[in-house]
Design a protein around this ligand. Structure first.
Ligand SMILES: [Fe+2]
Length: 390
């Protein structure tokens, strides 16, 4: 129950998730509202906003239950709490990605007619939803995602996988949103599924659970030498990264691409110029916890690394793709363990807000034709991620 020692405002209390859910993740708190009903951003006072802002920086993921009926525009308004440089456009663009060359178009998502910045994602068929004649939403499937997909036996045994560990980031032209908000409207009611780790450990998750890893915890798990490397390195992403990897298959843990050679050649990508291709620090600064670097890498989309010797200032470029991927994979792999992963168990009406500049997330779940429907908002920022070390 909320206690006087927890962060509170006039409207809510921030309650860390139970220890068996938080484990060793640094992730997760519930925003327990004093009054029932959906949150209305215009009623938040400066004190409410500052408590909410710090709570996300401290916990990476905030959960607000029973948000049925929330105004879709509230999601954009809430996003602005964490971004004074927010641009009023979804980071994926003004309209849904439909170009079949872009792998992000494969979810058959749509925008909400009454709120263009709200992306509708999920699984299964919906007729007449919010004035849209027909939606055939598509959840990822291991069969066409992983280089070594789940076998028939594993599927029958209820296994699923992590798909792509990532931050929501277009990596071209548009800067990623500081936060992502997901509102679960239709949650699949399926038996729990399980994820098997390399060492034989098994983690039970809700079917369709969204999994999170703290970039801060991932950084803490590195050796001092690796931390130093991360603090001095910039990750260059590939031009038109989501078109570039569209024929590539992922490693079984969702951290990267299984082999070099299936990337699209530059002349088969949509037009691009280097000035619009993004490069970010490997370790990002958390504005609410500036002493705590976050290891933030989109492993599937990396192209090359630039690392600076802090003493001489000499910059070394690592542009061999296999080597670049190997380095990133080994740094990230340490965190992909059950004790470092928070898997959100969705309830109808949940609003989950996560710190996109401080955490990684991954879809999970084998959903078949089961219906699932969510609203997702990630607003373009005008400001790049700041390096943990200036
Ligand atoms: Fe995402």
């Amino acid at each position: 129950m909320p206690s006087a020692t927890l962060p509170t405002s006039s409207l809510f209390t921030i309650v860390p998730l139970a220890p068996e859910l938080r484990k060793d993740t640094l992730i997760g708190a519930e925003v327990v509202l004093n009054k029932r009903g959906p949150i209305v951003p215009s009623t938040l006072l400066p004190d409410d906003i500052s408590v909410l802002r710090q709570a996300l920086y401290d916990n990476s993921v905030l959960v607000i239950r029973k948000q049925q009926g929330i105004d879709p525009h509230a999601l954009e308004q809430l996003a602005a709490i964490w971004d004074e440089n927010l641009i009023n456009v979804h980071s994926a663009g003004k309209e849904q990605v439909l170009d079949p060359r872009n792998i992000l178009s494969r979810n058959n998502g749509a925008r909400l007619p009454r709120a263009q910045n709200v992306q509708i994602i999920g699984n299964g068929e919906f007729k007449g939803y919010e004035g849209i004649d027909y939606l055939n939403l598509r959840h990822i499937d291991s069969a066409d995602f992983h280089a070594e997909p789940l076998t028939k036996e594993a599927l029958e045994d209820g296994e699923t996988r992590f798909y792509r560990w990532h931050q929501d980031a277009p990596l071209y032209e548009s800067l990623p949103g500081k936060v992502t908000l997901i509102h679960g409207l239709v949650v699949p009611k399926l038996p729990d599924q399980k994820i098997r780790f390399d060492n034989g450990e098994v983690m039970e998750v809700q079917a369709g659970s969204t999994a999170f890893i703290s970039g801060a915890r991932a950084f803490q798990l590195l050796t001092p030498e690796e931390q130093e490397f991360a603090l001095n390195t910039t990750v260059q992403y590939a031009p038109r990264a989501y078109e570039w990897i569209r024929d590539c298959k992922a490693t079984s843990d969702g951290l990267g691409i299984a082999k070099v050679g299936d990337e699209k050649p530059n002349d088969e990508l949509p037009p691009w110029t280097w000035d619009k291709v993004q490069a970010f620090p490997m370790a990002w600064k958390n504005p609410g916890r500036p002493e705590q670097p976050h290891l933030q890498i989109l492993g599937c989309c990396v192209h090359s690394l630039r690392t600076k010797d802090p003493v001489t200032g000499k910059v070394t470029v690592i542009d061999d793709l296999a080597e670049t991927r190997r380095i990133c994979y080994n740094l990230q792999k340490k965190a992909v363990k059950p004790q470092h992963i928070y898997a959100h168990r969705w309830e109808d009406g949940d609003l989950v807000i996560f710190h996109n500049y401080g955490a990684w997330h991954s879809i999970t779940g084998q959903l078949g034709s089961t219906q699932r429907l969510m609203w997702q908002v990630s607003m373009r920022s005008a400001k790049e991620p700041e390096p943990a070390r200036a």
